[in-house]
Write a protein that binds this ligand. Sequence first.
Ligand code: MN3
Length: 245
Amino acid sequence: MPLPLLTRPLLCRPLQCRPLLACLTALLLLLGTALPAWADFVLPPLPYGAEALQPAIDATTMTIHHDRHHGAYVANLNAQVKDNPALARLSLDALQSQISRFPVAVRNNGGGHWNHSQFWAVMAPEGQGGAPSEELLAAINSGFGSLAEMQSQFNQAATARFGSGWAWLIRKSDGSLAITSTANQDNPLMDLPGIERGAPLLGLDVWEHAYYLQYQNRRPDYIKAWWSLLNWNEVNRRYSEAVAT
Ligand code: MN3
C-alpha cells in the first residue's frame, strides 16, 4: 500500500536527485566551454578621443562609427560562434586568410572587425603621425615613382570604389607594393577570388557611414582630409613586420 502523500520525505532521495545533478553539471560544463568562445572577439577602444581627429573627422562620426558600426560587427561576429565552432579557435588575423570556409555573415562581420581595428590604428591626431621611414619611402619610390604618385593612385582607387568598401596600400608576397580596393568588408588578407592579396599597410574606409555627416556626398574631400591624419608610425611598423615575415 503506498505511503500517504504527507509522510513522503520533503527532500528528494539520492536516486531521484541524480538526473537533476547530472543536468546541472552538464549545464555548468557547457557554460564553461562556451562563454570564453563568445567573449573571444572584443571591440578595441579608440586609441585617442573621439574629438581628437577634428577637423578632418568630426567627433559624432567617430563615436557612431566606432561604438555602433564597429561594435555591431563584433557583436554579430560573436553571435556566429555558436553555429561555427571553428571560429572560437581562430584569432581575428588567422580568420581572414581562411574566410572562404565560413558563411557570408562571418565574412562580413569578421572582415568588418579586422578592417576597423586596423583603421583606428592607422590614424592619429593631426601632426602626431610621424613620417614614412627610409625603408618604406624607398619601397614607395620604387613602386610608384614618388610618394605623391602613390597617394594619387590611392585616391583614385578610393574615389572609384563603387558603393561601400575600402582602399588599401599592400605589400605583396614578392615584396612589391600595390594599391588595391575591396568591396563591402572584404580585405587583402582574404582567400577569396577577385582579391589582390598582400599585407595591408594602410586601409581607408570609404563607406558613407565613415564621412557622410560631415562631407555628405563629397567623398574626395574626405579622402583628401584623411591624409592629414595618417599615422605613418603605424604604417612603418606594418611595413617592417611584413618584410620580416
Ligand atoms: Mn566603417
